[in-house]
Design a protein around this ligand. Structure first.
Ligand code: ADP
Ligand code: MG
Length: 610
């Protein structure tokens, strides 16, 4: 090429630039991201060539941003691969404009403007969002090439001519338009570089000052990274969030490319929907703080980076939702996360149990919301048991196989020291500890998935194992009125009738006169349904069963008095037994307690004054 050439790109494109300029106005910052990532690409390409071809690259790769306030010029210069004159014609004129035509056709009415650029190779042309004139001065790395200058004032007409350019690489000069003076500012430029280009693998300088961190740790070989580097990287990304528990390094080449580092945060409280936990990158260029279209919701509590080079730089929601690649990526991440947890479970159970407090909410939430994660994790869900250790459901069932007929007894923290637990423990039985709101959902879910797993709250029914079978038979086999009937009669005539059922059993332990049983179903309802107000919950708990222990001396005394010399006293004692049971079941409200206190005071008074 020896002389100046001019040209018009195509008829349709004349309509495009006004559209781009207008539509993308609010997001015009992204022009810088597009141009700097092009510069970085050009350098990466040259580095690759240097590995294979007869080209002795260099070690001075860099990107320079400079501006001149008086002339209103902002330039972005790289020492990468450069372009020959044919390449400029091909890559800048033809390809971009065929993309631009598509753009104009498909997105006339789109409202997600900023997400469009990049889909159609419009990256370079975003420079016209802020410029009245753009020039490209470039020289290919190839031997014997001269420099080329491409220039366009409208974006639709261009001139191209040879120039003397000393060094290989590309310099883009933007003659900023009247509305874009804000980019003639070092702080503004540095801020944008930090946001979008912090991890581009080449130094970026603004008026000579280094503006990015460079090292994208996720692209390095996991085996070569020290633990300390992972930690540093975490605190660089999330300066105020403390240490993480552990991390997963994602590194896939096939069938899709995916790299990233995910950190497990320490989580002691309820699931905090952590925003901006995972930063999404495309070829080291920051795309978004919101990876929720890409990974299932439960994973968004993780922190870290995900880089998917094959996603277009701007990822629109509708695009992601319809992309089969996204489903594959999501499944891969789920699998990696589960693998990491299972690995600890198998190889380092102690550590797994130590971390459980922090990760359990996350794991449980994942199990509840994601089928694949459930399949992977269901046998690795552990529960604290009444013995102080941890067991999975299967381990619990195996251990208690002989005694508890496939039932999994469970209790919450306060119930662990209750009468019910004492009854169970006296028979050598264990219960698992449930301790968060999510557990009632989890139990429901596990039962649904595993029909032979039956969870039973310790206070919902008296376990068969604590009933004295022989005494029980006698209790009901006596002639005429059985003892059971007589006790029931006593209690029914002593208690407030509404909602309370009376059941008589002979328990192995004589220390317990009675216990309140709350129907499993009602109890779960009240716990799961946080929509219920206090009043409703209270009413649910008001209908319950009083289980009376026929072997308790106290019950025997009450019956004796009732059927003998002092029926009134017998009834009062029965009422007192009921009150004690209510107390240990913790279902009394304030009013109940004050009535109880009054009643008991009177009763005691009566006993000691007679
Ligand atoms: P994309 O980056 O998606 O290919 P762009 O519009 O950003 O689309 O760039 C079009 C093409 O122009 C690039 O693919 C590349 O071949 C060429 N190009 C742009 N900037 C440079 C640069 N700084 N150095 C070398 N080539 C470049
Ligand atoms: Mg580009």
């Amino acid at each position: 090429m020896s002389a100046e050439e001019t040209g018009k790109i195509s008829v349709e494109t004349e309509n495009i630039f006004p559209i781009i300029k207008k539509w993308l106005y609010s997001e015009k910052d992204i022009f810088l991201r597009e141009l700097v990532s092009n510069a970085s690409d050009a350098i990466t390409k040259l580095k690759k060539i240097a590995l294979s071809e007869e080209f002795e690259g260099g070690n001075d790769y860099k990107i320079d941003l400079n501006f001149d306030v008086d002339q209103r010029i902002l330039s972005i210069e790289d020492n990468g691969i450069g372009m020959t004159s044919d390449e400029v014609k091909k890559y800048i004129n033809q390809i971009a404009f065929s993309g631009a035509t598509d753009f104009a056709k498909q997105y006339q009415n789109a409202d997600n403007k900023a997400e469009i650029i990049g889909h159609f190779g419009l990256g370079f042309y975003s420079s016209f969002m802020v410029s009245k004139k753009v020039t490209i001065e470039t020289k290919s790395y190839k031997k014997g090439q001269t420099g080329v200058i491409w220039s366009s004032e409208s974006g639709t007409d261009f001139t191209i001519s040879p120039i003397n350019k000393e060094f290989r690489g590309t310099k883009i000069s933007l003659y900023l338009d009247g509305d874009s003076g804000e980019y003639l500012d070092k702080w503004k430029l540095k801020e944008l570089i930090k946001k979008y280009c912090d991890f581009l693998p080449v130094g970026i300088f603004v008026q000579g000052e280094k503006a990015n961190r460079e090292k994208p740790l996720w692209s390095e070989e996991p085996a070569k990274i020290k633990e300390e580097e992972y930690k540093d990287f975490h605190s660089y990304l999330f300066p105020f969030s403390g240490e993480s528990l552990f991390h997963i390094h994602l590194n896939v080449d096939y069938p899709f490319r995916l790299q990233g580092i995910l950190y497990f945060p320490k989580l002691t409280h309820e699931l905090e929907a952590s925003k901006n936990g995972i930063k999404l990158f495309c070829n080291h260029v920051f795309v978004s703080d919101n990876a929720s279209e890409l990974i299932p919701q439960f994973l968004t509590i993780l922190k870290g980076t995900i880089d998917i080079p094959d996603l277009p730089l701007n990822v629109s929601r509708s695009y992601l939702q319809n992309d089969p690649l996204v489903k594959k990526i999501s499944n891969h991440i789920i699998k990696k996360v589960a693998d990491r947890l299972i690995d600890d479970f198998k190889k380092n159970r102690t550590k797994y149990e130590e971390n459980w407090n922090d990760i359990s909410l996350f794991v449980k939430y994942g199990v509840l919301t994601d089928e694949k994660f459930y399949d992977a994790m269901k046998d690795h869900l552990i529960f604290k048991n009444s013995e102080g250790g941890y067991s999975t459901t299967s381990e619990y069932l195996e251990k208690n196989k002989e005694k508890n007929q496939n039932k999994i007894f469970y209790a919450n923290e306060t119930e662990m020291g209750s009468v019910y637990m004492e009854l169970l423990k006296s028979q050598g039985l264990e219960a698992i500890l449930v301790d968060s709101k999510i557990d009632s959902h989890l139990i429901q879910h596990l039962e649904m998935k595993n029909p032979d797993w039956k969870f039973q709250r310790v206070d919902s029914e008296i376990a068969d194992q604590v009933v004295d079978k022989e005494a029980q038979d006698q209790l009901v086999n006596e002639e005429n009125k059985t003892e059971s009937d007589r006790i029931q009669n006593l209690f029914l005539s002593s208690l407030p009738t509404e909602g309370v059922e009376v059941k008589v059993e002979a328990l192995k332990s004589i220390e317990v006169p009675g216990v309140i049983l709350l129907p499993e179903f009602m109890r779960r309802m009240s716990e799961m349904n946080s929509m219920l107000n206090r009043e409703d919950t209270k009413n649910i708990l008001k209908s319950h069963t009083l289980m009376v222990n026929s072997k308790s001396p106290l019950v025997k005394s009450a019956l004796q008095a009732f059927e003998g010399v002092n029926p009134e006293k017998g009834k009062k004692l029965a009422r007192a037994i009921y009150d004690l049971s209510l107390l240990s079941a913790k279902v009394m409200d304030e009013k109940d307690v004050s009535e109880y206190t009054k009643r008991t005071t009177e009763f005691l008074q009566e006993i000691f004054s007679s």
